[in-house]
Write a protein that binds this ligand. Sequence first.
Ligand code: FES
Length: 107
Amino acid sequence: MAKITYVSFEGTATTVEVPVGATVMEGARDNGISGIAADCGGACACSTCHVYVDQQWIGKLPAKDEMETDMLDFAFEPDEQLSRLTCRLKVTAELDGLVVRLPEKQI
Ligand code: FES
């Protein structure tokens, strides 16, 4: 398990335990975190699982692949450095404490 904190656009932080091997998107979905729609179910085909990763964690994540980079172009106000698709982020023990911020809306 790893603790993941989801911060709503309004600033409310919710911390949940997410199993190692699940994705950050699944952690939100399975814990009732609103703001991550994940319309495609995790197939990297919708961009509605977009978040801004907290600055201090960005260097600890695996790099975006081309598919994620392309799909982020369709997200609402993506940030070149901080934006990630949570269905692409597998939870590992090293990500214990990860903080992600939700955008104002998902497209
Ligand atoms: Fe659709 Fe992540 S759930 S791109």
